[in-house]
Design a protein around this ligand. Structure first.
Ligand SMILES: NC(=O)c1ccc[n+]([C@@H]2O[C@H](COP(=O)([O-])OP(=O)(O)OC[C@H]3O[C@@H](n4cnc5c(N)ncnc54)[C@H](OP(=O)(O)O)[C@@H]3O)[C@@H](O)[C@H]2O)c1
Length: 336
């Protein structure tokens, strides 16, 4: 198949490009700064020569969007919103205008669309969409708003010959340098991987190979459209999540961090505490119902596998990841 991946130079794009190319597909990445073969220029906002790549392709997987790994200032939140909504709209316009439109359009969304909650898991049918949780910072509602508008931009596009799926993905755990698993591993190995702010908040995650398998499954299954959760069936409290990661690295203890310590850490890493404090309890209702079987359903086994692969050191990380590295402290940069 010919598969076009707008925004495919980052962590998730690297994982998909690697796997789909190895499986024999022709993968084309749309990027604002093409550097390699198979990379084509676009600006994520306006139609251009790049639309010829979409016309005649089989699958489009749009991942474009300003990184969420930043301080949630007004300007950054606005950039996160605009880059996602505009790129989704213009991808939709290209599909709409295509003489031979792709069979399926997988549009990245996020598990962050669901409410901050502890009591029950969120699946697609019964899950609670966030934005009105009491006692959380007001700006958390904006992340939910971004996700809703992102999905709306896809839904509003008229593509009668193209099936549309929104990927409500949890954190994709891959052994790539500079990715979220690498950073969490570093914290664990430095002895800092303890509970944060009590550690009761849930962490949803998906192993990179299951992520790729789920994407392939959704490409094949003509009967599935709309939002689909891409998360392992076993989300777990942050405390247990970090304990399993420490155990995979054979690190006996992890320093707990209070809320204010985490605030300082997030500030130093130019990241935001919403990423640490929000309870993301998301499960893959539709995938399981459709018969998808996870290879890595539970975190301890997945963490062992990722540690082994990270140690082997084969994955290199995406270009967008390497660009983000200066945001990490020197010790992490050296490691990355
Ligand atoms: N990583 C995860 O675990 C995860 C989980 C759930 C959802 N997501 C979502 O999935 C998508 C891909 O994730 P990722 O981790 O691979 O992200 P990433 O590393 O930040 O890559 C996203 C890509 O979007 C492009 N981009 C950035 N700003 C843009 C803009 N203003 N206009 C157009 N394109 C822009 C960049 O490509 P160029 O600079 O080459 O143009 C970049 O490579 C993101 O939208 C993210 O929010 C990720």
């Amino acid at each position: 198949m010919k598969i076009v991946i707008p925004g495919g130079t980052g962590q998730v794009g690297t994982v998909l490009d690697r796997a789909l190319t190895a499986a024999g597909h022709e993968v084309v990445v749309l990027t604002r700064q093409p550097r390699r073969e198979r990379e084509v220029a676009w600006d994520g906002e306006t139609p251009g020569a790049w639309t010829q790549q979409i016309d005649g392709s089989d699958v489009v997987i749009n991942l474009a969007g300003r990184s969420v790994s930043c301080r949630y200032t007004e300007a950054n939140l606005r950039a996160m919103m605009d880059s996602r909504v505009r790129s989704t709209r213009v991808v939709g316009e290209a599909i709409e205008a295509a003489v031979r439109p792709p069979r399926v359009w997988l549009q990245m969304s996020t598990a962050t669309v669901y409410a901050h909650r502890f009591d029950a898991p969120n699946d697609e049918a019964t899950g609670v969409i966030g934005g009105e949780e009491p006692g959380v910072p007001d700006y958390w509602a904006y992340s939910v708003e971004i996700a809703r508008n992102w999905e709306l931009a896809q839904r509003q596009t008229g593509t009668p010959h193209t099936r549309k799926v929104a990927l409500r993905s949890a954190m994709v755990m891959s052994p790539d340098r500079g990715g979220v698993f690498d950073v969490l591993s570093w914290l664990a190995r430095l002895g800092l991987g303890g509970p944060v702010a009590g550690g009761a908040q849930y962490v949803s995650w998906i192993h990179d190979r299951d992520f790729v398998r789920a994407v392939e499954f959704l490409i094949d299954r003509d009967d599935i459209e709309g939002p689909v959760n891409l998360a392992a069936p076993g989300p777990l409290p942050q405390r247990a999540f970090m304990r399993a990661l420490r155990s995979a690295w054979r690190v006996p203890a992890g320093l707990p961090a209070t809320k204010w310590m985490a605030e300082i850490g997030a500030f130093a890493l130019r990241s935001d505490t919403e990423l640490l404090f929000k309870s993301r309890r998301v499960v893959p209702g539709r995938l399981l119902e459709a018969g998808f079987a996870f290879d890595h359903a539970e975190w301890p086994g997945a963490a062992d596998d990722l540690v082994r692969r990270l140690r082997d050191g084969r994955a290199t990380g995406g270009r967008a990841l390497r660009r983000r590295l200066p945001a990490l402290p020197r010790s992490l940069q050296r490691r990355a």
